[in-house]
Design a protein. Sequence first.
Length: 324
Amino acid sequence: MNLQQVICTLAGKTKTDKNMLVKMNVVTIIGSGTMGNGISHVFAQNGFNVHMMDINQGALDKALATIGKNMDRLVAKGTLTEEAKLQALGRIKTFTDMVEAVKDADLVIEAASENIDLKLNIFRELDKHCPANCILATNTSSISLTRIGSVTKRPGKVIGMHFMNPVPIMKLVEIINGYATDAEVTQTIFNLSEQLGKVPCVVNDYPGFISNRILMPLINEAILALQEGVAGVSEIDTIMKLGMAHPMGPLQLADFIGLDTCYSIMHVLHMGFGNQKYAPATLLANMVQAGYMGVKSGEGFYKYTPGSKELVVSARFATKQWKQ
Ligand SMILES: NC(=O)c1ccc[n+]([C@@H]2O[C@H](COP(=O)([O-])OP(=O)(O)OC[C@H]3O[C@@H](n4cnc5c(N)ncnc54)[C@H](O)[C@@H]3O)[C@@H](O)[C@H]2O)c1
């Protein structure tokens, strides 16, 4: 963001309209895992001061290293200068104490694990400790914004800001209005997303919103087909890549998203719609229980070796007639 262009403050006194750029002094990101580090990267690169908070110091260290590596790639490609990279990294502060991280925040984006009780607790705490005008956003993939807003005293300022993985590359931000979200807050988050170089789309609060209501049943169906022995991992992914022009097969995508996250989203769809068609595949549940989460744990449908880009099917599924 070009700070010279800033013409609107978030004080809440100025009505936000379509053409107003949003100024925020501090944006706090709660959770520094797969999504939290990407969101922090994008805000820092666009001139915002970022407070990146996680309960796990190791996750913060890993996130800073990942952001540094991803920015190095942009420098190598010529899309970021070394100086801009150092400035962006200098804008990121890390915290393990939430109260410290949010006390002067204009916007908080929660990107902690996809667990409803965890998120409700985080929002109760955020409501207590954030400044009164602070917007509380969540990167949840599926959990009801209305439910999250209801545990705060500011449901009008609670909104979904659903970034896609990998955040620095993916253009979409799915903005989710809770039942009580103020139109002005939606406009602010819309403008802010555009300032980050993203393409925002606004949707309403139904289980899975749009993206995961459509994507997750596709992934779950691919897992069911594997579970039933209809085809192997490579065949399922190849058919969807070459036959449907998907850039990545559904099983590889599930590994990339994290199988625990996929399972949680299916659970939300299943409970939210009360329809058996959304029941998570037993194979997905078993893999999550056993700790096979995909890329982040080193193995899911594929086996991941640090430093190697080769796509290797997990030995568990390597036999042609694999069937659970
Ligand atoms: N992974 C994806 O592709 C993807 C895409 C879009 C949205 N999301 C959503 O983003 C959110 C985060 O997913 P992720 O894939 O980054 O998960 P992740 O498991 O990679 O990271 C979660 C992080 O949250 C931290 N955490 C847990 N409890 C916390 C707390 N109380 N306070 C602060 N930090 C806490 C953990 O230590 C961990 O570092 C989820 O809601 C998920 O549904 C994920």
